[in-house]
Write a protein that binds this ligand. Structure first.
Ligand code: FAD
Length: 388
């Protein structure tokens, strides 16, 4: 087992760090205005060569590994302290393009991947519905085959990247088949008649990144946009594990950012005539934060290093690392807030934004109880864990 990065990985890390530092400090304005120059950021990431990291070169990707993805996204998040910087690598490498890579037909890959991977057309994941989030196998959105088209109808909410993105990877029920067996995925393009992209809920965290609702009323979608129909749920989830890895990196990088902010505060704030970092209660808390970050780092890196074909994170490892991050981050940022005293309760220090982002990150991509269910079903495969 080798814990050292190769010279190529070190170069990638340095490149991502430099690309992230350019935007450092901007998150405050993006957070308060709840908008960001997303197209400009995507261009900057493209110029830095940080898009399509794990996608094969034949489709315009970098042909790299899931570990490359971790290295890049961790640096971008940590240096910028902004959820937005990780989004271009996510949209061009994450579950959207990874699912297209697994599409049934080569023409689907040829049609969509080059533009997605180049960051020209963003691909959002449209899974969650107003009445179905965790119970994603109960989806009500339907896709009905009609000649060389599918007719798609349904409503999705909390969709990150909407309305900015051009492509929506819509999870739907095919052929009216109930349960997981009927779930498949089809790409619905912006401009399709019947597709309406509306503003959604206002989140406390991940602000500046667009999130919206996706309404589909009898959208006629060409059959070549089909990723995979009924019976492909397990295959689609293989690509979805990139989402869990992404969330795990998020928790790692934002925990590091919270730690850095807290250390800086404690080194400069005085009480009883000395820097508060010299109180045992303070440095014990900081040490505990450090240990939690290091433990979570190992799980995140393990999920990347053990990925299938170096590219598709395994279900158990990616879910364990996502759960670890979801539980660790909000607790850690709360400790950081407390060490900021009254300043932690103001909007004047970055720690409060990181704490709000931690709350949003806890549920995105699957809530902790649902992750535990998924892990249990793999640890005890002979048992049934029906939630019905
Ligand atoms: C910032 C952010 C970004 C997001 N981006 C996207 C996106 O891009 N695309 C997308 O499709 N979705 C997105 N989501 C939605 C997210 O995936 C869902 O919110 C999440 O899966 C939970 O679904 P829900 O909100 O419907 O909660 P529910 O499923 O209603 O759950 C409510 C509560 O019940 C608990 N619960 C539910 N079922 C069980 C069970 N079987 N056992 C134990 N407890 C259970 C949950 O843990 C939770 O505490 C995003 C969410 C956030 C916050």
């Amino acid at each position: 087992m080798d814990f050292d990065f190769t010279p190529e990985q070190l170069e990638l890390k340095e490149r991502a760090r430099a690309a992230g530092l350019v935007w450092r400090g901007r998150h405050k304005e993006w957070d308060s205005e709840n908008q960001s120059p997303y197209a400009e950021i995507t261009k900057a990431m493209r110029d830095a060569g940080l898009l399509g990291l794990t996608i094969p070169k034949e489709y315009g990707g970098k042909g790299g590994t899931a570990l490359d993805y971790v290295i890049v996204v961790e640096e971008l998040f940590r240096t910028s302290q902004s959820w937005i910087l990780g989004e271009p690598p996510f949209c061009t490498t994450g579950p959207g393009p990874s699912m297209v890579l697994l599409a049934d037909e080569e023409e689907t890959r040829q049609k969509f991947l080059p533009d997605i991977v180049a960051g020209v057309k963003g691909c959002a994941i449209a899974l969650t519905e107003p009445d179905h989030g965790s119970d994603l196998t109960d989806l009500e959105t339907i896709a009905i085959e009609d000649g060389d088209h599918y007719v798609v109808s349904g409503t999705k909410r909390f969709i990150t990247g909407s309305p900015e993105n051009e492509i929506y990877a819509v999870f739907a029920r095919f052929d009216g088949i109930p349960g997981a067996k009927g779930v498949g995925c089809i790409l619905v393009e912006k401009g399709t008649p019947g597709l309406e992209l509306l503003p959604g809920a206002t989140f406390v965290g991940s602000r500046g990144l667009p999130h919206g609702e996706v309404h589909m009323d009898n959208c006629r979608v060409p059959a070549e946009n089909l990723i995979s129909g009924a019976g492909s749920f397990a295959k689609l989830m293989t690509a979805f594990n990139m989402e869990r890895l992404h969330n795990s990196i998020y928790s790692l990088a934002f925990a590091e950012a919270a730690y850095e902010e807290t250390v800086q505060y404690c080194e400069n704030r005085k009480s009883f005539g000395k820097d508060i970092i010299e109180f045992q209660a303070t440095y014990h808390t900081l040490v505990d934060m450090h240990v939690q970050i290091e433990a979570h780092r190992l799980l995140t890196y393990k999920a990347a290093v053990t990925a299938i074909d170096s590219r598709f994170p395994r279900p158990l490892e990616s879910t364990v690392s996502k759960l670890s991050g979801a539980m660790m981050l909000p607790t850690l940022t709360q400790h950081g807030l407390l060490l900021h005293g009254g300043d932690g309760a103001t909007l004047d220090y970055p720690i409060q934004q990181i704490h709000r982002d931690a709350i949003a990150a806890m549920v995105a991509g699957g809530s902790p109880p649902v992750l535990r269910n998924a892990i249990a079903s793999q640890l005890f495969p002979d048992r049934r864990f029906s939630q019905k």
